[in-house]
Write a protein of this length. Structure first.
Length: 297
């Protein structure tokens, strides 16, 4: 009899409002990954905090249709819902200004949330979620509970350090970075860009490192394998959330035990599709997207 148990992914960190010059959209990498993972067939939860304010109420209304368990999202009276000012350049590549204070810097976890993390197949978080003291302590406690921690690096502004990255990688099994972050890591660890992924895999005994490269495709490396795919030619409208979509589709395929190159292909087509849409979390039928881009796995 076929196992119908859904892959279970729990994401920890920022839920916020992306403020564009002409609109606002809900976002935050952990929420984006959870929402996309839900759309590609996973069971997902988000552990975060929002303010008891106008933006928080907008997020509450929007988040209900995403298929994500939000019962571990705190609503705080003392801190505002996080906001990020987003500007897109001529190639639709975003730059961010992450504002403080923010509710997601003050995440307190319940026993129920701890149990959910302990039962998860993957627990995902980024360095940004450790910006605030309260959230950092909550994150460190949760990392001890899951059998597979995934650090989605998400280096933003000056909200990271070598010490923090080292602390998080020591408790992680997988790492996701982009091409720019690979250069930053190479500088921080004083290792060449070509060698940094191999260095980190061996230093921290990682299962794999995923590197997204935007229009140039993506790579995955383990201690014994390396695979890469080319980018898909598209007309990008808004690339916010495309890396998160890539990661959700990759991890879903990985948990289904698909070959690594097929995991990359699943991630590549969803990331490309999201970059052709407005906002980080459009609605879609993943099977139709894979068919459109001729990915049959």
């Amino acid at each position: 009899m076929k196992n119908t148990k859904l892959n279970h992914i729990v994401c920890f960190g920022e839920i916020l409002m992306d403020i564009y010059p002409d609109r606002k959209k809900i976002g935050g990498a952990p929420l984006n990954v959870a929402a996309h993972a839900s759309q590609v067939g996973c069971k997902t939860s988000i552990i975060s905090a929002i303010g008891n304010d106008f933006n928080g109420k907008l997020i509450e209304a929007k988040i209900k249709g995403l298929g994500v368990n939000t019962s571990f999202v705190n609503k705080l009276d003392d801190f505002p819902t996080g906001t990020v000012d987003v500007v897109l350049d001529s190639k639709s590549f975003p730059s961010y200004s992450i504002n403080k204070p923010a509710a997601w810097d003050n995440i307190v976890v319940s026993e129920e949330a701890k149990a959910d993390v302990a039962a998860a197949d993957v627990f995902l978080f980024g360095t940004l979620a450790a910006r605030g003291d309260v959230s950092r302590e909550s994150l460190l406690s949760l990392m001890k509970l899951c059998k597979c921690n995934l650090l989605d690096l998400n280096l933003r502004q000056d909200f990271y350090s070598l010490e923090l990255i080292d602390l998080l990688l020591k408790e992680s099994q997988m790492l996701k970075i982009n091409a720019n972050e690979r250069h930053v890591l190479a500088e921080l660890y004083n290792v060449s860009t070509n060698d940094i992924c191999r260095h980190l895999i061996r230093k921290y005994d990682l299962q794999l490192i995923i590197t997204t490269k935007g229009a140039d495709g993506a790579e995955v490396m383990t201690d014994g394998e390396f695979h890469e795919i080319d980018g898909i030619e598209i007309t990008a409208i808004d690339s916010v959330g495309s890396g998160d979509a890539f990661l959700a589709a990759f991890i879903s395929a990985y948990l289904d035990k698909k070959p690594l190159v097929e995991c990359l292909e699943n991630g590549g087509v969803l990331g490309a599709y999201v970059a052709t849409q407005n906002g980080a979390i459009p609605f879609y039928d993943f099977k139709s997207i894979k068919k459109k881009y001729n990915v049959l796995s």
